[in-house]
Design a protein around this ligand. Sequence first.
Ligand code: 5GP
Ligand code: ZN
Length: 120
Amino acid sequence: MNERGYSDTCIFCKVVKGMVRADIVYQDDAVVAFKDIHAQAPVHVLVIPRFHMTALWEADLSHEGLLGHLLASCNEVAQVMGISDSGYRVVINTGDDAGQSVDHLHLHVLGGRKLQWPPG
Ligand code: 5GP
Ligand code: ZN
């Protein structure tokens, strides 16, 4: 990771930098939200911090503001995508057992259909 908080090898850092194409639905000074390339629901958006952070396990209380910002951004995304009334789910996969496949913290916003519970 360089001094500006980017990882040169991270695909989501490349999305933030505009080096990899993404269908961005919402962004501000701290986060970028874009459609998942393998959508698991009619609405499937990933919300990521602009700076590189591997996973939720890296977070501590110093990240309280960012984590709140990320969660509030999920609701912005839900409104933009028209699923805030019908309902939606926010998921953070962390580590191997959860199936995390991209090592840049991301929140999944899923909706647009009835979602099963519990997840597999
Ligand atoms: P995870 O399994 O780590 O919780 O979620 C990673 C998600 O990122 C997956 O749902 C996968 O489809 C998505 N993904 C991986 N690479 C890309 C990409 O290059 N572009 C987009 N838009 N989504 C990606
Ligand atoms: Zn990254």
